[in-house]
Design a protein around this ligand. Structure first.
Ligand code: SF4
Length: 292
């Protein structure tokens, strides 16, 4: 925190007094802690995933679906001990797991909170729901603490990642991060229909980015095979004004069908497709401090 290099941005700021690219200082800020029913079926189950949404983000994609909190300006400050108690409260509500959403800029604090929660009786799996633009040494703090990695894998093209997420090196850093996640948790285990440990990699298909989506899916399948599940998402929703290129419109059914057919053609068998009604702002939760 004194000279933050916790993620590939490597801002080097003193987060006790300043903010880096992620937009938050050294305090943990949470904007929502509540059951969430719209993750993959093996994560949400019937009782929901206990989603804790963190404020701030180290990518700040121009099309961000959670822009209300990615700036770091909305939320409530919680201590490590209070964060552990939020996890325990969600467990007592009956959720299947604790789902830490956009957590990467708080990794060291969260790793202590997970340890604390386990000491206090947390037994459900921990899900690390990140954008994959992460530092491997930070991820090693989570070895033995996180049960399920649920990272995005957004782009292969450095042109797209620079244009849409301000990170020309996204692909290289995401590969490093995913290698570490697979090393820790590759090869899934289930209890009934629910994942108990494993890696699910999400790819959100963007309008007019079909060739890059194919490159991403091909790369993931060749490199990791059945060590991972792949979730191919169609839920892109235009949020905000002045979005570049074709980002001002939803993905078309024809575009998503082309990607689904491609995924099946190259032999991806472990994974998920989304249904057509997944698109829309109603899919985005309210960041109104529920549960915090
Ligand atoms: S965690 Fe935040 S401050 Fe630290 S390097 Fe990443 S973006 Fe910069």
């Amino acid at each position: 925190m004194e000279k933050c290099v916790s993620c590939p941005r490597r801002c080097g700021v003193d987060r006790r007094v300043n903010k880096g690219f992620c937009g938050v200082g050294d305090e943990i800020i949470v904007s929502r802690a509540a059951p969430h029913y719209w993750e993959e079926p093996s994560i949400s189950g019937e009782k929901g995933s206990g989603a804790i949404f963190f404020s701030g983000c180290n990518l700040k994609c121009v099309f961000c679906q959670n822009s209300a909190i990615s700036t770091g300006k909305l939320g409530k400050v919680v201590t490590v001990s209070q964060l552990a108690d939020l996890m325990l409260k969600l467990q007592s509500d009956g959720v299947h797991n604790i789902n830490l959403v956009t957590p990467s800029h708080y990794t060291s604090r969260i790793s202590i909170a997970i340890y604390t929660a386990r000491e206090r009786g947390l037994t459900v799996p921990i899900v690390w729901n990140s954008n994959a633009y992460e530092d491997v040494s930070e991820l090693r703090r989570l070895d033995g603490k996180v049960d399920i990695y649920l990272p995005d894998f957004k782009y292969k093209s450095p042109v797209l990642s620079a244009r849409y997420s301000h990170a020309a090196d996204y692909f290289e850093r995401a590969v490093d991060a995913l290698d570490e996640m697979v090393l820790q948790r590759g090869g899934a285990e289930f209890e009934g229909d629910l994942m108990r440990r494993g890696v699910i990699v999400r790819h959100l298909v963007l309008p007019d980015c079909i060739e890059d989506s194919k490159s991403v899916l091909s790369f993931l399948h060749r490199r990791y095979g059945n060590a991972i599940y792949i979730s191919v998402m169609s839920q892109y929703t235009p949020v905000g004004k002045n979005l570049p290129d074709s980002l001002g419109r939803p993905l078309t059914a024809a575009e998503y069908d082309e990607i689904k057919a491609y995924a099946l053609r190259i032999g991806i068998t472990q994974g998920y497709f989304q249904e057509g009604d997944s698109v829309g702002e109603s899919f985005i939760p309210s960041f109104d401090l529920t549960g915090v």
